[in-house]
Design a protein around this ligand. Structure first.
Ligand SMILES: Nc1ncnc2c1ncn2[C@@H]1O[C@H](COP(=O)(O)OP(=O)(O)OP(=O)(O)O)[C@@H](O)[C@H]1O
Ligand SMILES: [Mg+2]
Length: 220
């Protein structure tokens, strides 16, 4: 599902490489926790998988697509096939919750009624259908992150990338988001989640595989 082969990335020569010959294989349907101290490269890894940034060398294949071969014009369509959740939500503030889902929905040829149904079902699955007419600024952090989960999953992506999705949330909201990530995972989505929350990582360890970036050999 995801293959990283000999991936190297340096932002700043003086700082040294963030990745130096990093290789990893992730199977379809795995739930991966990417851990490591601040600055270890968790967000960089997520951003490379999303093709927000490119490695200096090496190869990254996601769901059969080699990322270096995707042209600039094709990047939006590549990203539509991937669900993403960030710590800072990144919702469209001028749209309602319903609208936030509507704008990212791929036009798949279904009727208007079908798409309404899909959005309503997704909001129900995330437990936030009562909020559909509100704007992001009218929601709590935990509620916002549930909207982000709904938005990430509305196009039934094969991969869900999450960069510290619970970083701004209290323990109760964090637990709810983890539960939603597990629902996505159980439905067959490959989940890659970056987190520095080791306690939660350990609690989830039975269903998850951990990739610890602190353990990779990279610095000279
Ligand atoms: N756009 C950038 N330009 C220059 N350096 C960068 C850039 N993005 C990240 N870095 C550097 O690369 C290293 C890895 O950063 P990254 O954000 O991937 O770490 P992280 O593991 O996500 O950390 P955190 O836990 O604090 O979120 C850091 O040393 C950071 O300063
Ligand atoms: Mg980060």
């Amino acid at each position: 599902m995801i293959d990283l082969k000999n991936v190297s990335k340096t932002y700043d020569e003086a700082e040294g490489p963030v990745f130096d010959g990093f290789s990893e294989h992730i199977d379809r349907g795995e739930f991966i926790l990417v851990t490591g101290k601040s600055g270890s490269g968790k967000s960089t890894l997520i951003r490379m998988l999303l093709k927000e940034t490119d490695p200096d060398s090496g190869e990254i294949v996601v769901d059969g697509k080699e990322l270096s071969k995707i042209t600039k014009a094709k990047i939006p369509s590549y990203r539509r096939g991937i669900g993403v959740v960030f710590q800072d939500f990144r919702l469209f503030e001028d749209y309602t919750i319903y609208g936030n889902l509507e704008v990212v929905m791929s036009v798949t040829g279904g009727s208007m009624r079908d798409s309404e149904q899909r959005i309503t079902n997704m909001l129900k699955l995330m437990g936030i259908d009562r909020l559909h007419k509100r704007y992001p600024k009218e929601l709590s952090g935990g509620e916002k992150q549930k909207v982000c989960m709904a938005r990430a999953l509305i196009n039934s992506p094969s991969v869900l990338l999450a960069d510290e999705p619970t970083g701004n949330l209290d323990p109760k909201s964090s637990a709810e988001i983890f539960r939603l990530l597990e629902i996505a995972h159980r439905q067959g989505t490959t989940v890659v989640m970056a987190t520095h929350d080791i306690a939660t990582a350990d609690r989830l360890a039975t269903t998850c595989r951990r990739i610890d970036l602190d353990l990779m050999a990279k610095r000279v």
